[in-house]
Structure formats: C-alpha cells, structure tokens
Design a protein around this ligand. Structure first.
Ligand SMILES: C[S@@+](CC[C@H](N)C(=O)[O-])C[C@H]1O[C@@H](n2cnc3c(N)ncnc32)[C@H](O)[C@@H]1O
Ligand SMILES: Nc1nc2[nH]cc(C(=O)O)c2c(=O)[nH]1
Ligand code: SF4
Ligand SMILES: [Mg+2]
Length: 209
C-alpha cells in the first residue's frame, strides 16, 4: 500500500474489502434474517479453528473506498452485517455513519479485541482467549457468542458472561469441526444453565454463504 492509501485506510475512508454478499444471517439472535454481509480483511487474533483464515492478511484484500462499499451495500438490504477478519482492526466510524445515513441497520461480528469504533445497532461479541475484549465492548454488546471447541470453553463462557452488561443475550456455538462431539455437551449445559441459548451456524447446514 502506498502512503496515500495507508492514510485513507487509517482514517477509515478506505478499507481492505475481502468479499460482500447478500445472504441469511446464520448465527445468533438475528439468525434467519436476510442481511448484506461486508467482510473486511485483516485479523491477528489467531484462532486455530477460524473458518475464514484467508481473511487474516489484510494485504491480500484490495483497499476499497468506504463510500462505494456503502453505496453498494444499501442497494441490497436495510440490514448490513460488518464482519471479517476483525473489523475493529480498522476505524469503523466512516463506514457505520455512512450506512446509517442511508437508513441501514448496522450490525457487527467482533472479537472485541480492539478499540470499539463506529455506531452500531447490534453488537455480536465473540470473545477469544488469546486477545480478550475491551471493557467498552463488554458494556455495549447485545449478544455474547462463545465458541465451544472443548470443555474448558464452558468455564471461559461463564467468565465472559460475568463481564457483559445485564441485557446481553448469551449464546454457546459449537466450533464447526468439533460439532459432533460438542453439540451434546452444549445441549446438556444449556438445559442445566438455561440463561444460555444454543447458536448453530445454520448457513452451513443450508449450504449458503
Ligand atoms: C470469522 S469471525 C469474524 C468476526 C470476528 N473476528 C470474530 O471472531 O467475532 C465470525 C464469527 O464466526 C465465528 N467462528 C469462526 N470460526 C468458527 C468455527 N470454526 N466454528 C464456529 N464459529 C466460528 C467467530 O467466533 C465469530 O463469531
Ligand atoms: N450466513 C452467514 N451468517 C454469518 N453470521 C456470521 C458470519 C460471519 O462470518 O461473521 C456469517 C457468515 O459468514 N455467513
Ligand atoms: S478473531 Fe475472528 S477472524 Fe480472527 S481468527 Fe478469530 S474467528 Fe477468525
Ligand atoms: Mg462465517
């Protein structure tokens, strides 16, 4: 990236866009609802089971004018889900304010590991052990979505639930490759601890993006 582009990216006026697609939100509270997904490249959290590792290296994704992302997304849907990669790697103020000015509801999928920028109608916080969320995102999260890969993740889930605000909706989501093993554990756990709900990656069962 040349100096001029780097400067625009640092201001959030350009963003490394990996892909964008109109689909059905597969996970969490809004699952089943049509939404336009904007996937921004760049993440150094390093989850070994991440299902979009191709997103990690921001340099592989073309710096794209935020104004054109906004223009395009709002043609498809009045709900835009910003994901990645880790969207909070970047300054989200421009993108979210532009989308909201066009009347869109703006959601984020985030690990919460970096400063919370942008104005959001819905924050899905999916915390990761390697890089814990910031204090602000625990206070503002609308849903907490903990990925269950092994039994220790139930302990981690409770530790994270103790940090979020009291209105935050609590989900346990099986790590995809371990689903056969962990789904029975999650079902059992949710029946014993009904403040939690199950979230599945329903788009993978529907064979949609
Ligand atoms: C790819 S991440 C991108 C957004 C952000 N970096 C994050 O982790 O929240 C989108 C969502 O997918 C979840 N996820 C990623 N890989 C997964 C897997 N193998 N099984 C289940 N959920 C997964 C993440 O925890 C997150 O909730
Ligand atoms: N359909 C669909 N729903 C999703 N919910 C969160 C996703 C993500 O990767 O952030 C995702 C995704 O990739 N596809
Ligand atoms: S934080 Fe999100 S994008 Fe980054 S490695 Fe973990 S699941 Fe993947
Ligand atoms: Mg996904």
């Amino acid at each position: 990236m040349n100096k001029e582009i780097l400067e625009l990216v640092s201001k959030g006026e350009m963003l490394p866009l990996m892909e964008e697609f109109y689909t059905i939100q597969g996970e969490g509270y809004h699952k089943g609802t049509a939404a336009y997904f904007v996937r921004i490249g760049g993440c150094d959290v390093g989850c070994h089971w991440c299902d979009v590792k191709e997103s990690w290296n921001a340099n592989l994704h073309p710096p794209t004018k935020t104004a054109s992302i906004i223009e395009n997304a709002t043609k498809y849907s009045d709900t835009v889900v910003v994901t990645g990669g880790e969207p909070l790697t970047w300054n989200m103020t421009n993108l979210t304010e532009g989308l909201k000015a066009k009347g869109a509801m703006v959601h984020i999928e985030t690990s919460g590991a970096y400063e919370l920028t942008g104005t959001w109608d819905w924050i899905c916080l999916s915390p990761k052990k390697m890089k814990l969320p910031t204090k602000e995102v625990y206070e503002k999260a609308n849903e907490l979505k903990v990925i269950v890969y092994n039994k220790d993740d139930f302990r981690f889930a409770e530790e994270q639930a103790a940090k979020v605000n009291e209105d935050c909706i609590l989900y346990l989501q099986p790590e995809w490759s371990k689903r056969d093993k962990v789904i029975p554990l999650i079902v059992d756990y949710v029946m014993k601890h009904p403040k939690w709900k199950v979230s599945l990656q329903t788009h993978k069962y529907l064979n949609i993006p």
